[in-house]
Design a protein around this ligand. Structure first.
Ligand code: ATP
Ligand code: MG
Length: 331
């Protein structure tokens, strides 16, 4: 598959006022121009191939939204090169935006006072979507996202989850090649998240490239094989979610249901960190730098009859929290 997004050494600086507190100092600030420069996106290079579903994650203020704004042509980078679908987004914004879809979860693109379906009609006009294509897409999207009942409601009367689903539809009616979604699941309930995820899976399976930012690690686990982690404007990881997990996978949790209660002191083997017994169920935490889950299982099976056994990996949330706190290079 060919590269659909190519950015090289992208830098975005903002000039911000140095904060001083108090009314008097806010005047001084105004006149003294006591500015500092922050690098919201700092030397980021990235390539994305057609058809990928990439998750962009990172702590608050990391630079994710700024990066999305650069990719969608809303912001001009301070330096570096940006090429998406052979366009330079910030230079050829008008032509370019016909080929992409954008949803900023924090802000709607629907007309506030218009019934939702009228906004859709406007998009049909703006993007010159042929009637047939428009109808087909709208019917399909309305169905999958279950928004039939809101079509006549003005946007301002919709709940967050209802509005977000309508925003997604609006961003996809013209069948863009790439969709940029900046926190599309923020503040949504379980059902709305589920619907949106199923919808996005379908859209991606039909060939649309999707770039998604989120703070919800279940979005990532469900949708994005590849993640880019941004921290303080810098790209600190770019690769498979699975590899992130593997790198930090130093412990495993084994839950074993024995046929009958056993003497747990007989489990004190190398690499077994803790043993917890509740009746005939034993939970072991093992250190995988010293042993492996499969070795432990083999040994157990050779000694006792067992009823069931499960192996759990560390939660992705925990792994990501560790990376945000200590960086990717520590383990
Ligand atoms: N227009 C602007 N002017 C000045 N500073 C800005 C501007 N936009 C963003 N910033 C700063 O740039 C940094 C990155 O912001 P950005 O919104 O890209 O972060 P984010 O990763 O999207 O965070 P969040 O997870 O909270 O959405 C922050 O320090 C923010 O304060
Ligand atoms: Mg953001």
């Amino acid at each position: 598959m060919k590269n659909i997004i190519e950015i090289k050494k992208v830098l975005k600086q903002f000039k911000v006022l140095k904060r001083k507190t108090g009314l008097k100092s806010s005047f001084t600030n105004f006149f003294s121009r006591d500015y500092k420069i922050i690098k919201a996106v700092n030397n980021v290079s990235l390539t994305i191939k057609e058809g990928e579903f990439v998750g962009v994650i990172g702590p608050n203020g990391a630079g994710k939204s700024t990066l999305i704004k650069i990719l969608t042509g809303v912001l001009t980078p301070s330096s570096g090169t940006v090429k998406v679908l052979n366009y330079i987004p910030y230079k050829q914004r008008k032509e370019y935006t016909k080929n992409i879809g954008v949803v900023f979860g924090q802000r709607t693109q629907l007309w506030w006072d218009l019934p939702v379906k009228d906004t859709f009609e406007l998009f049909k006009y703006i993007y010159k979507i042929p009637e047939e294509k428009f109808k087909n897409n709208l019917n399909r999207f309305v169905d999958v996202l279950d928004i039939d009942k809101y079509l006549d409601t003005p946007t301002r009367k919709l709940s967050l989850g209802e509005r977000m689903r309508c925003d997604l539809v609006a961003s996809l009616l013209h069948e863009p090649k790439i969709v940029f979604l900046d926190e599309p699941t923020i503040g949504l309930d379980v059902e709305a998240k589920f619907r949106i995820r199923e919808f996005l899976k379908e859209v991606n399976a039909n060939g649309t490239t999707i770039i998604l930012t989120t703070h919800d690690m279940s979005d990532i686990e469900e949708l994005c094989p590849r993640i880019v982690i941004i921290d303080k404007g810098k790209k600190i990881y770019d690769g498979l979610v699975d590899n992130v997990k593997k790198k930090f996978r130093k412990q495993r949790i084994l839950v074993i249901d024995f046929f009958e209660e056993i003497d747990e002191s007989k489990l004190k083997w190398k690499g077994i960190k803790t043993i917890k017994k509740e009746g005939d169920r034993v939970t072991l935490i093992i250190d995988t730098t010293k042993t492996t889950a499969s070795d432990v299982i083999k040994k157990i099976l050779s000694k006792w009859p067992i009823y069931d056994i499960t192996v759990e990996e560390p939660e992705i949330e925990e792994v990501i929290r560790k990376i945000y706190k200590k960086g990717f290079n520590v383990s």
